[in-house]
Design a protein around this ligand. Structure first.
Ligand code: PMP
Length: 364
């Protein structure tokens, strides 16, 4: 027996090692693109204990680009390739608050395309820096509403139209985004739970995540699995789902990448499948960021904390023994200069939302 094999033998035999061998580590995948998806479903122990339910979260921060938007980015690029809109050396142009851009920048490097990102100038510096490090041409523009021609999406579309061999991937209204979740995230959740889940809940930016997963789970379970929208202040969708009025609930939010002022093409086909909506105040989202860090050792972004709080509300509604699935869309590193800064928390009136015993995590 070789020295290496004999050295590895005791390890291979240990139960602990076997317990840590996961699907992700047991196979070789092909490059960045092959590593997208197949994320673990994490049981959130403390909130599960508290509600008597199983609260499970899809760990999208473990995707190679760091967020759930890697899946959409990959399917948007594949869609453009399949339609013949993108040939080798071409340019991908997108309007994005950050995570889709980061996913696209990775996919573009892996596939040999140029990447141009238009984004509202309200987004965190960490995301802008990362995009530039990934080789993207980042163009921050004033944050104006969608009906204004200077909105970042329209600027992205016009720029793509001015180039040859370029595509505006149009994450909000191109249903390749939603298809990524019908074809990957939904089936993964079904398989990981063995179909034993009662509800899914998630926030919406483009709507791709919520719509795609909802469509897959509701159809696969023949209507048994319920799906809910989790919505931050400032979005119109909570009222739309709950009482049919396209009306803002509250003003702005600290959560980045979610909340919506219109029904996107990605959300439209599946809106009718939703069983309801949960409005999540910023104070609950910020508190859950700190709780997940303290209780589970999970370092998650604000939209993910919002999702988990909404999942606890749905778990209370569905009752003890139920299983509720949600999504950890990304990690906190992209927002840490804000989320862990005392000055920033005070400026948002959120310092008091964080329990005293968790204040030692406020380190910036
Ligand atoms: N959370 C974060 C952090 C995001 O960046 C996004 C996408 N903007 C979402 C949630 C929402 O995902 P989707 O666009 O699929 O609705």
């Amino acid at each position: 027996m070789s020295v290496l094999r004999s050295a590895l033998r005791p390890l291979a035999r240990s139960a602990a090692t076997r317990a840590y061998a996961t699907a992700a580590t047991s196979r070789v995948v092909n490059g960045f693109v092959g590593a997208v998806g197949n994320t673990p479903l994490i049981r959130l122990n403390k909130v599960s204990e508290e509600t008597g339910a199983n609260i499970l979260a899809k760990a999208e921060f473990m995707s190679p680009g760091g967020s759930i938007k890697d899946r959409a980015a990959l399917y948007l690029v594949k869609d453009a390739e399949e339609r013949g809109q993108l040939r080798p050396g071409g340019t991908v142009v997108e309007g994005t608050a950050g995570n889709t851009g980061i996913g696209l920048a990775h996919v573009c490097r892996a596939r040999g395309y140029n990447c141009v990102i238009y984004m509202p100038d309200t987004q965190s510096q960490e995301k802008i820096d990362l995009l530039r490090m990934l080789g993207a041409d980042v163009r921050p523009v004033p944050a104006v509403a969608f009906d204004n021609e200077m909105n970042y999406n329209h600027q992205a579309r016009r720029y793509a139209e001015s180039l040859d061999n370029a595509v505006w991937t149009n994450q909000f209204d191109n249903v390749a985004n939603r298809n990524a979740h019908i074809l990957t995230t939904g089936p993964e959740i079904w398989e990981q739970t063995g179909g034993n889940l009662d509800a899914f809940v998630a926030a919406t930016g483009t709507g791709g995540t919520l719509a795609g997963i909802t469509r897959y789970l509701v159809e696969k379970s023949e209507g048994r699995v319920e799906s809910y929208l989790a919505d931050p202040p400032g979005s119109v969708l909570y009222n739309l789902v709950e009482n049919g009025r396209l009306e803002r609930e509250g003003t702005g939010s600290i959560t980045e990448g979610i909340g919506q002022g219109r029904v996107t093409e990605n959300l439209k086909p599946d809106l009718e499948l939703l069983s309801g909506a949960v409005h999540v105040p910023d104070a609950e989202s910020i508190k859950m960021i700190y709780r997940l860090l303290d209780e589970e050792g999970l370092y998650v972004g604000a939209s993910s904390a919002l999702n988990v709080w909404a999942a606890t509300e749905i778990a209370k509604k569905k009752g003890p023994g139920s299983t509720v699935v949600t999504v950890i869309a990304d990690g906190a590193a992209r927002y840490q200069a804000r989320l862990f800064s005392r000055v920033w928390l005070e400026s948002k009136g959120l310092l008091n939302a964080i329990p005293e015993n968790l204040h030692h995590y406020i380190t910036l």
